[in-house]
Ligand binder design. Structure first.
Ligand SMILES: [Zn+2]
Length: 396
């Protein structure tokens, strides 16, 4: 608002000055009158697409400096309304951006998993890896705990490289139907599963919680207002949802109880807005790593804090994007050359004030990001070294 006032005042002054130069006081008054008669019209926030006037370097990083393992993708679609994009199509993009391997977290279970592994992992070795998922719908059945642990072992035998835990746990899964009690992240019935993952050398890619703002009221103070206003069902404010901190505390109890299981906290350990807290989690639990998918918008708006975080935890951070092929309503996840180039620009260059997603409007908050310019040694670890160690696989 201040800016609008300032600009229109300046415009009036210019109009007066121009009229003075023309030597016509009458014309000058007319100019001023017309400028005052047209106050700036309100512009809906959704239509505001400011173009930056900064003249600063713009680097295009066509391919990553070192081969990349994307630890966080969703490329097979079970229960799909659309068929998956054929792997050969994905490979074209992967080769164009120096993306060596995609880890498909949602490979499903049972027959879905076998089909995914046959079509992706086995058809294109080292280019695609798949993880399995717990059968949440059976969690209330008698004997689930043991059965689930056995299923994880079967998935490993079928070729799965890890286990993905969606935010289903803690925010959606309820005992006794849709109105039942939410199942806590540290519910003991999952203990045999976490233990099996450790015994079998299968890392757990875990996503619990969501951006901190999703747990706050959808109002004018919410920094993710536009996103939540468009998707009110993404809000976890109110009702019987646990608080953001309660979810993280339950998650930490799982980390503590299963020290021989490797966990990868997706989305920067679920709290990219608070790298101090993520660092403390990494300090406390040696079995925990983090992945950066769909959070460069957060990391890149705090570039100095983020650069220190990457320096300090360079052995614990994995590259990931949360990429999904085909159009989705979250542009920050649309698989394609453009998406990867934004990530590379963020990690490799010191470019300033650029978009974190291939979208006309920033989809996760109205701000820009700043590149970290990471050193080669750190880049190598983040791009592929740490993922290879976590997966126990030599891929590059
Ligand atoms: Zn994901």
């Amino acid at each position: 608002m201040n800016e609008t006032v300032t600009q229109s005042t300046r415009r009036q002054w210019l109009a007066t000055a121009a009229a003075g130069l023309a030597g016509s006081a009458v014309a000058g008054r007319a100019e001023i009158a017309s400028a005052q008669a047209q106050p700036p019209s309100p512009l809906p926030l959704t239509e505001f697409e400011p173009k930056s006037m900064l003249h600063v370097p713009m680097t295009t990083v066509r391919g990553a400096r070192f081969p990349v393992i994307d630890f966080h993708t969703h490329i097979s679609r079970r229960r799909a309304t659309r068929p998956p994009v054929p792997p050969a199509e994905l490979l074209k993009t992967m080769d164009a951006v120096n993306l060596r391997t995609m880890v498909n977290l949602t490979g499903g279970l049972g027959e879905d998993l076998s089909a995914t592994i046959a079509g992706f992992d086995r058809a294109f070795p080292r280019r695609f890896l798949s993880m399995t998922e717990p059968a949440w719908t059976r969690a209330a059945e008698a004997g689930y705990a043991r059965w689930q642990a056995d299923e994880i072992a079967k998935a490993k035998a079928a070729g799965a490289v890890g286990v993905k835990v969606l935010k289903t746990l803690g925010l959606y899964l309820r005992d006794g139907g849709p109105t039942g009690k939410l199942v806590s992240v540290d519910d003991p019935r999952f203990d045999p599963m976490w233990e099996a993952c450790g015994r079998l050398g299968m890392p757990v890619a875990i996503h619990v919680g969501d951006p901190e703002a999703f747990f706050l009221p959808i109002d004018r103070f919410n920094e993710r207002f536009e996103e939540l206003n468009a998707h009110p069902d993404w809000s976890f404010h109110g009702k019987d949802f646990p608080s953001f901190k309660e979810i993280l505390e339950a998650r930490d109890r799982v980390f503590a109880k299963h020290p021989n299981t490797t966990f990868v906290g997706l989305h920067v350990g679920h709290w990219a807005e608070n790298l101090q807290a993520v660092g403390e989690t990494l300090d406390r639990f040696r079995n925990v790593h983090v992945e950066i998918g769909a959070r460069i918008g957060e990391l890149g708006r705090q570039p100095r804090t983020a650069a220190k975080f990457f320096d300090r935890y360079q052995d614990r951070i994995l590259f990931g994007t949360d990429a999904i092929p085909l159009g989705v309503e979250t542009p920050q996840q649309v698989f394609g050359e453009e998406l990867y180039r934004i990530y590379y620009r963020f990690l490799e260059t010191e470019d300033e004030h650029f978009d974190y997603a291939p979208a006309k409007r920033p989809p996760q908050g109205r701000w820009k990001i700043y590149g970290l310019g990471l050193r080669d040694g750190i880049l190598r670890k983040v791009y592929n070294g740490n993922a290879q160690r976590v997966l126990g696989l030599k891929l590059i």
